[in-house]
Design a protein around this ligand. Sequence first.
Ligand code: TRP
Length: 332
Amino acid sequence: MTPAKKKGRVFSGARPTGRQHLGNYLGAIKNYVALQDEYEDTIYCIVDIHALTTVETTKEIRQNTYEMALDWLAAGMRPEDSMIFVQSHVPEVLELHTFLSMVTPLGKLTDLPTFKEKIRHQPHNINYGLVGYPVLMAADITLYKAIVVPVGIDQAPHLEFTREIVRSFNYRYKTDVLIEPQMKGTKIPKVLGIDGENKMSKSLNNHIELASSPDETTKRVMQMVTDPQRARRADPGNPDVCNVFTMHKIFSSDEEVEMINTECRRAGIGCVDCKKIFAKNLNDDLAPFRERRAKLDEEPAEVWDVLIDGGKRAREVAKQTLSEVKDAIGLP
Ligand code: TRP
């Protein structure tokens, strides 16, 4: 018998960034998939409205939504078990966003480290929506009364902000309709890019795409930066500071990890051979995913149907919460 699933909803969202990379997979998607077996209700949202706050994520938003959905489904997110949908298909989130904005002190939003980072990044596009980004995120979470929100550590300030907004709202309107969610951090806090230095991200072009061909993947792996102290093949290396070794620990067998750990330190294996082993293991690991993805891509209409259907189901929940919210506020 399979163990009973925990009650309560899990909600997470991600901006449609197109084809997903290893960082997205290890940091988020893998967790989303696992939570489907742990919780009764899992809701995963492609937050296209949030994407409109920055110019890069606004471009090709439809195609990027589709590509991301393909990756999610191929990676094992199951529409039978999860509501998988597009944020803008449930417009109720915008209504709730407006209601929440009335209990949000503006200074709190402009003080958030995530906001400061954004204005550093795009000083010429500090739009109103960017300031309200965390309010919309709070609306995403509370609209579905989610209790668990799996996100990376960079989202911790947003989660804390959501909890504060819930308390303010419930206090102001003397209600308990909104639920304070708990953050669930991912096991791997930060996946480094092939530069071995920065968090893996498409915008830094230091990423390894899940859906690439085996050849492309191998090429990217061969570009990975290893222990910077190891200049020549004959120099001993230090796996503890090598991102390739970190990846081996995830994708290679215990024997291989053991062998590399020993041989690298005494220059018994070079970085090229070490990366070749990783590239092979990574490609083997991704092969079934890639096959499923290619198959799904044969019928784009079916992929859109999954999202549309998920949106319909999510909307039912949303309408119910919103009506409770309006009652609590005392709107005529
Ligand atoms: N802010 C998140 C990010 O940039 C995306 C997001 C939007 C989200 N709404 C959410 C995450 C709700 C968790 C829950 O990655």
